[in-house]
Write a protein that binds this ligand. Structure first.
Ligand code: LLP
Length: 467
């Protein structure tokens, strides 16, 4: 028996966007999500069931309007609430692809990249859009262990390098034949309440310079003719709901900026990182993008007034809150297993390879039955993936209407760190991704094939001929 939970009368429609909430990070589903006449979930004007018939399953479905709205809210609220100049850059680690980079670039945002691969993808997208000349102003290269080859690649393309540690700094001094633009990443020692794996600001972190060495660091940088240090950076963590840690961070960084200036280092930019949380479930209550930007801007202004220092150029680098709720993952229901008085498992055709977040961080998600949106969700079931791993559970105790094989389940808010952390575990080909906008659906990532899976494999002659 599937356990009935009749006192709860949830429906798929309960997760649809609320018209009174304008910030995408405060919705569980994309802003265009609605129910159509067939009682199907529709996103970006496209019927999700039809999308699966056309593009296959599992399928990432990315809503262009949600990404555009979040991007413009970041940009416009900085213009509105911060009296100095500002720039928003997209933390492309959240999801990096040609289409996503060009979508974000078309909204006037820059990029945080953390590897040669992310840098290549971003450069390629900008080149195809005819924006190569702007790349230098748009790309910021992060990372705690950039290789000399990656550093050279960033230097060739005149990107700003966010230097993380002494080894990198010394490598850059050797590599730089002409002045290069850098920023310094500092560990601010600020705690925030989020999963320990995605906390980065505390003193015990692998990222950034130890703030106890600031004086030596600023002195060293100032003496390097080929290093032009334009700013300071810190990032305290991800999926944060409180405003205070970022306000504290603003205060700390403005203080360090003033110290740098006293030591003769004319840094004019403060990059406060990303980290604003999103609503994966009803109990997640993040501030809106506008509220977050407003709080941060006010904190920088206040700190500058207190120290009598001029307003820096302010940068933020959101990832999750730009793309998280813009995407859903559609799966097809297959087998099920009822264990009387224990639980019922419903298995889908993907799992930890396309969404490693539940097994990695115990992350919670909400799910709807896309082909029967108005049906009451009366049954408590556990949504299992198809991997050979007991922990491959997408959602424990999800509420759904009665399901059958072939139904389309849609897991909400899967835009950030799902595709980007996906794998081929058990040699599952990665899903396709489509971008939906006003009734049009464009494939932006092809589904991998079995051929793709063996493309990098090499079978030595010796093994073929072994008898
Ligand atoms: N800037 C830096 C330097 C970062 O390290 C990150 C995220 C961001 C910006 C963007 O943070 P966001 O706005 O997305 O919170 N894989 C984890 C998240 C790791 C975050 C890594 N850094 C997850 O799935 O939750």
């Amino acid at each position: 028996m599937v356990s009935a939970n009749l006192d709860l009368s949830l429906k798929g429609s309960d997760y649809l966007p609320s018209p009174s909430v304008s910030s995408p990070n405060q919705q569980i589903s994309p802003i265009t999500a609605q129910i159509n006449q067939q009682d199907h979930l529709e996103i970006g004007g496209c019927d999700v069931v039809e999308l699966v018939q056309r593009f296959g399953s599992p399928l990432y479905i990315l809503d262009e309007e949600t990404v555009r709205l979040a991007s413009s809210q970041y940009r416009e609220s900085l213009l509105r609430y911060y009296p100095g100049t500002s720039q928003v850059i997209y933390a492309s680690k959240a999801w990096c692809s040609l289409a996503i980079c060009s979508l974000v670039a078309s909204e006037g945002l820059g990029f945080d990249v953390v590897s040669g691969g992310e840098l290549y993808t971003t450069l390629e997208a900008l080149e195809r859009m005819g924006l190569s000349k702007q790349a230098a102003q748009l790309i910021y290269f992060h990372g705690n262990n950039k290789s000399p080859a990656e550093l050279l690649y960033a230097i060739e393309n005149k990107c700003t390098i966010i230097v993380d540690n002494w080894w990198e700094l010394e490598t850059l001094v050797k590599l730089a034949e002409q002045p290069i633009q850098i920023m310094l990443r500092l560990t601010p020692g600020i705690e925030c309440h989020t999963h320990e794996y995605i906390r980065t600001g505390s003193i015990d972190s692998k990222f950034g310079f130890d703030p106890n060495q600031l004086e030596t660091l600023f002195d060293y940088v100032q003496r390097q003719p080929n290093l032009k240090c334009v700013g300071l950076h810190a990032h305290i963590g991800s999926q944060i709901f409180e405003r205070q840690p970022h306000q504290d961070l603003a205060g700390v960084l403005v203080g360090w900026l003033a110290q740098a200036k006293e030591q003769g280092l004319e840094v004019e930019t403060l990059n406060l990182g990303g980290g604003l949380g999103i609503r994966y479930t009803e109990s997640d209550d993040p501030p809106s993008i506008v509220e977050w930007v407003k709080a941060l801007s006010a904190a920088v202004v206040t700190a500058c007034e207190q120290l009598g220092t001029s307003l820096p150029r302010l940068m933020v680098e959101p990832g999750r809150s730009l793309i998280g709720t813009a995407c859903v993952t559609a799966y097809t229901v297959g087998s099920s297993k009822e264990i009387p008085k224990v639980r019922t498992y419903i298995a889908v055709d993907g799992g930890m390879s396309d969404n490693p977040r539940p097994i990695t961080y115990q992350s919670l998600y909400r799910v709807v039955l896309a082909n029967q949106m108005s049906e009451e969700a009366q049954f408590k079931v556990t949504i299992a993936g198809k991997h050979c791993e007991s922990g491959d559970i997408l959602i424990k105790d999800a509420l759904l209407p009665k399901t059958k094989p072939g139904d389309i389940l849609v897991v909400l808010a899967t835009g950030a760190y799902n595709s980007s952390m996906s794998s081929n575990y058990n040699r599952l080909p990665r899903p396709a991704a489509v971008l939906v906008y006003q009734g049009e659906a464009n494939l932006i990532m092809q589904r991998e094939t079995y051929l793709d899976l063996v493309r990098q494999d090499i079978l030595p002659e010796r093994l073929i001929n072994f008898t």
